[in-house]
Every structure is written in structure tokens, then in C-alpha cells.
Write a protein that binds this ligand. Structure first.
Ligand SMILES: Nc1ncnc2c1ncn2[C@@H]1O[C@H](COP(=O)(O)OP(=O)(O)OP(=O)(O)O)[C@@H](O)[C@H]1O
Length: 457
């Protein structure tokens, strides 16, 4: 959990201030502690520094703690105030709580108790600040770093919203869970997050599909050994302050899930063969194609891990719900394929995207990319051949058809001429009137098909 850090201790007793400051430095080492012995200077000190927390004595010359509390709550509502009081002032302290103090502490109490309260208050302020930052950034409607999303083409509003959300949460200390079917761009989103939050640090992608407990431990925690050459650095060490991407998190064995909860909670890990903890400094993103809630209800996924992971959730819609993007993606993949094949990029036929409107793309962008690469490799460099698209559509149609490829004849058989014409019509329709592709499908030459069509006309 991220702590806010700056604390101001206010008391007219200089020796008490010194003792308290030393104690808090020891018990809450992340805190940055300032002291103020003169109640008249408190408000100007708050003006100069963004204090998360003020520890305020009640009885002081010039301004009482109660008055200062009122002023601080009014002018700095995001700063928490803890009242520090003598035994004889408890009633006033309780009144202060009613007026917005976070808590009160009696000077004779155990200081460990005070340190706990201070830590909790810093956590609350840290969470609040984090939440406000996320909200402001998400509501701003514009992207601060659009270049981080250069590899994700879209004009779908739902996906553009996810860009802004990712930008808003990229620096949050909590993990991010990306879910979506295979090929919806989960890896690309994880890479964009890396670009946003730590582009100069490593990005490590671990695929957890089918991983065993021992392989996970070795890969993620690494092993320390006294034997020369036997130690192995784990991903948590290699990634440093970078981004660790855990792909297919639903496949993680249950015993490893418990270890991942520890990592997320304690922010430390033990390499195999070591009883010394090492800090976890990286950002963690997980992705899944599966419904983790359903899996947790079946006892296959730990609920505590699910709750930790889904602090920030990103859902990527399947391509069948992003029809606006198809034409643009085809052009993008044509350019990629042509570059890889060192060839001239062919033009996309103007009606191709319309032809694909009713196709569901079960393999999402993996499938579209595969089709385009296949089509580019079969094209003449001028116009993109559409046969790979039509073949995929027809293959899906016939595999979905319960009758498979069997031809069912009507009771009265058609004539050969009728049958031939029906075949030509079907082939032309399946290939969007592309005679070359239709002729290929029918097993005749393009000129033979053209003759038959002209004869009919
Ligand atoms: N919006 C997009 N624009 C351009 N290319 C994209 C887009 N989304 C994904 N891609 C490309 O599509 C392919 C599949 O994307 P990616 O690997 O990110 O999907 P995934 O959801 O992680 O898939 P899997 O679950 O199989 O790992 C990749 O080649 C990727 O570069």
C-alpha cells in the first residue's frame, strides 16, 4: 500500500517534540517528519508543504489545538489531524473528533499505538490521493502520452476509454488485471502500460499456461545456491523496477497463487534456497481469457488473489464487437506483412470490410492478422486477394452446419445445367464476385468461368 509521507508535529514543548520525532522516525521510517514549536507558524508551514498529517497538541500559547484543527479542516480538507493530548484534556479531544480530527492520542499512551494510528492515517491519505489522481486523469478525456498506444489501432469508443483508464492507473501501486478473449490485444495493452510507467526498465512476460509449481518458483523467484554456477536469477530480480506481465493467470497452480498473494501483500519474496526476503519493486499486470470469478466459485482460483488482482480491471472487447476497426486493421496488417515480405503493399478491395461484417472472428486479431498475411503472400502486389477471407468464412459456415459437406438433393433432381448455374452463383457469392477466386473454388480456369457467365447473360 502506498503511504503519503509528510507529517508536521506541533507542540510548544520542544523536548517532547524531539522525542516524538525520533520515535516516529524509527517506527514509521517512510515518513518525512517536520516539527513546529510555535502555534502561530502552523498555517504558514501548511501553505509551504503538502502535509498529509498534522499531530497537534491541544494546549499551546497563542492558538489552541482546537482552533487550529478548525482552520486546517477548512483550508486543507485532505490533510488529516491527530490530536495529541494530556490526560486532563480527553473531553476536548473527543470534541475534536466530532469536528473532524482523525483520532486522538494521550501522551502517556504506548507510542507503538500512536505509530500504528499514524501509519493508518498515512495509508488513508495515500489511497485518497491515488484515487483522486486516477479520477482526474480518467475524466480529462485526453491522453497525456498517446504515443504509448501507437501499436493499438482503434476508433471504437469503448476501447479508447480503456486507453484513458490505463493511463490513469498506470502509476498506481496496485496490480492491473486485463481480461479478454485470445487475440483481443492483452499483450499490447501490457506493453503500453510499460511504455507509460517504466519505459526504461525491463518488461518481462511470463506465460503461465500449463506451468508447474516448481517451474513457476524457479522462473519468478529464482534460486540461490552455495554451489558455484547453480544460482539462477528469477524474474522478480531481473525485472527490477520494470513491469512483470503474468499472462494466462487462471492457469497458475493454487499453491503458487498463495505465493503470489504474499508478493502482492508483503511486497517481498524469498528466492528458492534463501530465508532472506528480497523486496518486490516492480509493477505487476496479469491477464486472462477466463472468468476468474466463476473459477473462484469452483474453488479453482483463490478469492483473495482475485480481489487483489482486480484492483484495476481492463476489459478488451472481441473483434466482432469492434466492426468499425476492421478496415483500418486490415490496412495496418497489409503494411506489416508487406514490410516483412519485402514486397509492395497491395490495396484493400473497397468492399472487403463490408464482406466481413457478419463474420465473428473467433480468433480475433490473431485470426485477422493471419488472414491478411496469407492474402498478402498470395497477392500480385496490386490488389489484395480475398480468397483467404472467403475460405475462412466458408470453412466456419460449413463446420457450423450440422449436415457438414453432404449435398442434400431435392426429390426431383435438378438438370445438369441448373446445377452448374447454381454452383457458379454460389461460388460468385462466396467470393464477392471475384471471378479468379470463384474459378479456383470451382476447379476451372478464370476464362472458362467468364465464358459461362457471359453465355448466361
Ligand atoms: N488494436 C490493435 N491494433 C493493431 N494490432 C493489434 C491490436 N490489438 C492487437 N494487435 C495485434 O494482434 C495480435 C494479437 O494481439 P495480442 O497478442 O496482444 O492479443 P492477446 O489478447 O494477448 O492474445 P493471447 O490471449 O492469445 O495472448 C498481435 O500481433 C498484436 O500486435
Amino acid at each position: 500500500m502506498k503511504l503519503a509521507r509528510n507529517i508536521l508535529l506541533v507542540d510548544d514543548e520542544a523536548s517532547w517534540l524531539r522525542t516524538l520525532s525520533v520515535t516516529l522516525n524509527r517506527l514509521v521510517p517512510e515518513a518525512v517528519i517536520d516539527t513546529c514549536v510555535d502555534s502561530r507558524q502552523v498555517m504558514s508551514r501548511l501553505e509551504g508543504t503538502d502535509y498529509a498529517l498534522v499531530l497537534l497538541d491541544l494546549t499551546m500559547p497563542f492558538h489552541s489545538g482546537e482552533d487550529l484543527l478548525e482552520q486546517i479542516r477548512l483550508e486543507y480538507p485532505n490533510t488529516r489531524v491527530i490530536i495529541v493530548t494530556g490526560v486532563n484534556e480527553v473531553e476536548t479531544a473527543v470534541r475534536c473528533i466530532k469536528h473532524g480530527a482523525y483520532n486522538y492520542f494521550i501522551k502517556t499512551d504506548d507510542v507503538a499505538e500512536l505509530a500504528l494510528t499514524v501509519r493508518r492515517a498515512l495509508e488513508v491519505v495515500g489511497l485518497e490521493r491515488n484515487y483522486h489522481k486516477i479520477k482526474e486523469s480518467f475524466l480529462s478525456k485526453t491522453l497525456t502520452q498517446p504515443s504509448a498506444f501507437n501499436n493499438i489501432l482503434t476508433c471504437e469508443p469503448a476501447l479508447l476509454d480503456q486507453f484513458r483508464y490505463l493511463e490513469a492507473v498506470a502509476f498506481s501501486p496496485e496490480p492491473i488485471l486485463i481480461y479478454g478473449e485470445s487475440g483481443t490485444g492483452k499483450d499490447e495493452f501490457a506493453k503500453s502500460c510499460h511504455q507509460l510507467c517504466c519505459p526504461d526498465a525491463p518488461f518481462i512476460n511470463i506465460n503461465l499456461a500449463g506451468i508447474s509449481e516448481s517451474a513457476f518458483e524457479l522462473q519468478v523467484f529464482g534460486r540461490l545456491s552455495q554451489e558455484p554456477g547453480q544460482s539462477q536469477a528469477g524474474a522478480l530480480h531481473q525485472v527490477g523496477k520494470g513491469l512483470l506481465y503474468l499472462n494466462e493467470i487462471a492457469d497458475l497452480p493454487l499453491s503458487c497463487q498463495a505465493k503470489l498473494v504474499d508478493i502482492l501483500q508483503q511486497k517481498q519474496y524469498y528466492p528458492m534456497g534463501s530465508d532472506r526476503p528480497y523486496p518486490v519493486n516492480c509493477r505487476i499486470i496479469a491477464s486472462t481469457q477466463q472468468d476468474l470469478l466463476a473459477l473462484s466459485q469452483e474453488g479453482k482460483f483463490r478469492r483473495d488473489l482475485l480481489y487483489r488482482l482486480r484492483a484495476h480491471k481492463i476489459h478488451l472487447p472481441p473483434l466482432r464487437q469492434r466492426k468499425l476497426d476492421i478496415s483500418m486493421l486490415i490496412n495496418h496488417f497489409i503494411a506489416q506483412a508487406a514490410e516483412e515480405m519485402n514486397s509492395t503493399p497491395p490495396h484493400q478491395p473497397s468492399d472487403l470490410a463490408t464482406q466481413l461484417q457478419d463474420y465473428d472472428f473467433p480468433g480475433n486479431l490473431h485470426e485477422l492478422k493471419g488472414m491478411v498475411f496469407d492474402a498478402v503472400s498470395r497477392s500480385d502486389g496490386v490488389q489484395l486477394t480475398i480468397s483467404p477471407f472467403m475460405e475462412a468464412i466458408n470453412a466456419l459456415k460449413s463446420s457450423n452446419s450440422p449436415k457438414g459437406n453432404r449435398i442434400i438433393f431435392p426429390q426431383t433432381l435438378p438438370t445438369l445445367a441448373d446445377m452448374s448455374q447454381a454452383l457458379i452463383d454460389e461460388a460468385m457469392s462466396r467470393t464477392a464476385n471475384n471471378q479468379t477466386a470463384a474459378a479456383q473454388m470451382l476447379g476451372i480456369s478464370q476464362s472458362a468461368l467468364s465464358r459461362r457467365i457471359t453465355k448466361k447473360e
